[in-house]
Design a protein around this ligand. Structure first.
Ligand SMILES: Nc1ncnc2c1ncn2[C@@H]1O[C@H](COP(=O)(O)OP(=O)(O)OP(=O)(O)O)[C@@H](O)[C@H]1O
Ligand SMILES: [Mg+2]
Length: 235
């Protein structure tokens, strides 16, 4: 479904992503794990066309997408749930969810998706008229995921959904992600620093360090790998 081929990305002269290749097959749950500054966010921004690669190419269902503007990429069915949430903080919960669906015309299905999001995160329903900026960090993350789901994406990209959250809230967010994986017909590409949360549920995963893919394998293979155990699982 998604093919990233030898993609290199710079900020000015600084190299952030270095000849990265990865792929996501339809229906898969694929994780990118790696420390601060590894280039995960830059990679995701490049896939959603917010950032241009210096070289390499990105294909979505065999079509080259890295020259398209971000809204065209979104229209193809790629939703990006960005790092640190990036909500419309002065707008209400409901308005944020509507924003997520702005490219859609299928009203009825939208209402079903809204119901789905409210079932997944009942607190969003309770707070639908509250300004997004006044939600707690965990609630904002729920809203960011809910907003991405409102686009009814084919490929959902989530950039570090647990960052900055307390352990209990991290677990709740991951329970919801598990539920989405199980119940929805959506392919998922997720980045996460907490490998112990994400590897057990990953079909495949990539280890990214200083802009490069260092390792790849099934979630199980990486959990059994000594380097991953020591570096990412603290075992
Ligand atoms: N807007 C920017 N301008 C210049 N350099 C940037 C910019 N954004 C990121 N970088 C640099 O690019 C490299 C990769 O950063 P990136 O944010 O992609 O990493 P990350 O893996 O997402 O890290 P984190 O886990 O902390 O979110 C880093 O060296 C970072 O300093
Ligand atoms: Mg990041």
């Amino acid at each position: 479904m998604l093919q990233v081929k030898e993609v290199t990305v710079h900020y000015g002269k600084a190299l952030a992503v270095d000849r990265v290749s990865l792929e996501v097959n339809e229906g898969e749950f694929v994780a990118v794990i790696g420390p601060n500054g590894a280039g995960k966010t830059t990679l995701f921004k490049t896939i959603s066309s917010v950032k241009r690669p210096t070289s390499g190419e990105i294909l979505f269902e065999e079509r080259r997408i890295n020259d398209l503007p971000p809204h065209e990429v979104a229209k193809l069915g790629i939703a990006h749930c960005p790092e640190r949430r990036r909500l419309a903080y002065r707008m209400t919960v409901m308005e944020n969810l509507e924003l997520g669906a702005y490219l859609r015309k299928d009203k009825n299905a939208m209402e079903e998706d809204l119901k789905y999001v409210f079932d997944l995160f009942p607190v969003l329903k309770e707070r639908k008229n509250q300004k997004a900026g006044t939600l707690s960090g965990g609630e904002q993350q729920m809203l960011a995921i809910g907003r991405a789901m409102m686009a009814n994406p084919r490929l959902l990209m989530m950039d570090e959904p647990s960052v900055g959250l307390a352990p209990l809230m991290k677990e709740r967010i991951f329970e919801a992600i598990k539920e989405i994986k199980k119940e929805r017909n959506v392919t998922i590409l997720i980045s996460e620093q907490d490998a112990s949360l994400v590897l057990p549920m990953s079909d495949r995963a990539y280890v990214m360090e200083t802009g490069r893919i260092k390792m790849e394998g099934s979630g199980r293979e990486l959990m059994d790998n000594d380097y991953v155990k020591i570096t990412y699982l603290g075992l």
